[in-house]
Ligand binder design. Structure first.
Ligand SMILES: Cc1cc2nc3c(=O)[nH]c(=O)nc-3n(C[C@H](O)[C@H](O)[C@H](O)COP(=O)(O)O)c2cc1C
Length: 238
């Protein structure tokens, strides 16, 4: 064999060795991973659980509404960004949200016993975020929007928002450093252009959702299926 053929053969030989080494390291890692995951999967009582990886338990991994809460505080309209909101009862129609006790808006809500929830669209995202990073105790937020008033009188609502809701305070619960405010929905206002067949149309509203993580605002995406309906496919037939 010539010298160059010798070199080619030894290069082939060493690359084969390298492949063998890599393969056996990978196999060993795979066996280790399988053993490790197996150990995790049969934690505690020996009941098998799915193989997931555990992540930061301080997050709230579900979409939240991105809304603006309005109230008269010290004689002026004030608005704050709010995400921690949900409905808790149909009749009476009650919504619950969590606010830190030191929020300027919370002062107005407690004093007045009424407030508004305004649903902004993507065009208001800058103002929405601004209302989440500045306090009415320091900055005057009363001129940010065109305010209007409805049936309840001095409850400031935002004309630029597609949907505005007037609520009265039903209850206030103290929870550590937070207030849980229960509001009773009294009136909901929108405009003809956000309706289809007399009902609110999400696609026309362009409502935002807030996530954390990442801490960001999103537009609702694709309509996937009809609720209380698509699941019927799996119902046993009579
Ligand atoms: C995306 C986002 C969501 C927020 N959600 C809440 C909330 O649910 N409850 C709360 O107390 N503060 C929340 N905040 C913080 C308040 O909006 C913020 O402290 C604001 O400056 C309060 O305004 P105010 O003092 O004029 O009432 C949120 C802020 C952002 C940016």
């Amino acid at each position: 064999m010539s010298g160059s053929a010798d070199r080619r053969s030894s290069v082939r030989q060493s690359s084969t060795n390298l492949t063998t080494i890599c393969f056996s390291v990978c196999m060993r890692q795979a066996r280790f991973r399988t053993a490790w995951c197996g150990a995790l999967n049969t934690q505690r009582s020996g009941i098998p659980i799915m193989s997931k990886i555990e992540i930061d338990n301080g997050i709230a991994p579900f979409p939240k509404p991105a809304v603006l809460v309005g109230a008269i505080v010290d004689g002026k309209p004030n608005f704050m960004n709010l995400a921690w909101l949900t409905r808790i009862s149909f009749k009476p129609h009650l919504w619950l949200f969590s606010v830190a006790k030191d929020r300027y808006t919370a002062k107005g809500i407690r004093e007045q016993g009424k407030f508004s929830i305004n649903i902004p669209d993507r065009d208001l995202v800058v103002e929405l975020d601004y209302c989440g990073i500045t306090s009415g105790a320091k900055e005057d937020k009363s001129k940010l929007f065109t305010t209007f008033y409805g049936e309840l009188g001095d409850v400031p609502m935002i004309k630029e928002c597609p949907v505005c809701i007037e609520l009265t305070v039903f209850d206030v619960l103290e929870m550590v450093e937070r207030l849980l405010i229960v509001g009773e929905v009294k009136h909901i206002y929108t405009e003809e252009r956000f309706l289809t067949d007399g009902k609110l149309d999400q696609e026309k509203i362009g409502q935002l959702a807030y996530t954390q993580p990442p801490s960001a605002y999103w537009l609702l995406g694709e309509r996937v299926a009809e609720a209380f309906s698509v699941g019927k496919k799996l119902c046993p037939e009579d």
